[in-house]
Design a binder for this molecule. Structure first.
Ligand code: GSH
Length: 206
């Protein structure tokens, strides 16, 4: 059976668990990372020399990097739905996945760490504000693209929405100043209706 290593409060693990739930793929999950340790044990670093979560083992095929895992699972189990078969729609989904990794995560990641995992007296409010502002600027880009679209790559829910969706959830869960972005808010509300999103993403930030 497919095995997943990773703690459920990790945004990158949540992408994988949400994908598996949407696809109804049976799997076994093992807690790993932060307080659970494991990631530095030799058996784990042999699979994932980066000592990060998530990692999967699908019948002997080991893979790490959450976006690569989402793409692999979508291509294996959901061609035509989560994995768009139209080349241009798939490239669009891919683009938004890469945009999250390259432009949004570097801005929102420090805000999350400061507000959720740093004691109040050790926070740098000016830095938090600057990083939140950078995040807001990035989300303006998605806001414009979502005009007249239901999901990031068009009318259908795809793998792109999984990687974007976990980050949008965090943006609205963090206590920061946010501009009103009507399309993004409506998109977030649509995602919140999905039972798998509720189960794996709509959790307290810890
Ligand atoms: N680019 C990697 C990043 C993986 C990553 O940094 N994971 C974090 C959790 S979100 C982690 O492993 N942190 C250390 C730990 O949990 O021990 C991916 O998308 O899988």
């Amino acid at each position: 059976m497919l095995k997943v290593w990773g703690r459920v409060n990790s945004i990158n693990v949540q992408k994988v668990l949400w994908t598996l739930d949407e696809l109804q793929v049976a799997h076994e999950r093992v807690d790993a990372g932060m307080a659970f340790g494991i990631v530095n044990e030799p058996f784990y670093t042999k699979m994932n020399p980066n000592s990060r979560v998530p990692t999967i083992d699908d019948d002997g095929f080991v893979l790490w990097e959450s976006n690569a895992i989402v793409r692999y699972l979508a291509a294996k189990h959901a061609p035509g739905t989560l994995w768009p078969t139209d080349l241009k729609v798939r490239a669009d989904a891919d683009r938004w996945m890469d945009w999250i990794s390259n432009h949004v995560s570097p801005a929102i990641g420090p805000v999350f760490w400061a507000l959720v995992r740093t004691p109040a007296d050790k926070r740098n409010p000016a830095q938090i504000e600057a990083d939140a502002e950078k995040t807001a600027q990035q989300f303006q880009i998605l806001e414009q693209s979502l005009a007249g679209r239901t999901y990031v790559a068009g009318d259908e829910f795809s793998m792109g929405d999984i990687v974007v969706g976990v980050t949008v959830y965090r943006w609205y869960a963090l206590d920061v100043k946010r501009p009103r972005l009507a399309n993004l808010e409506a998109y977030h509300a649509r995602l919140r209706e999905r039972p798998a999103f509720q189960r794996h993403v709509m959790l307290p930030l810890t």
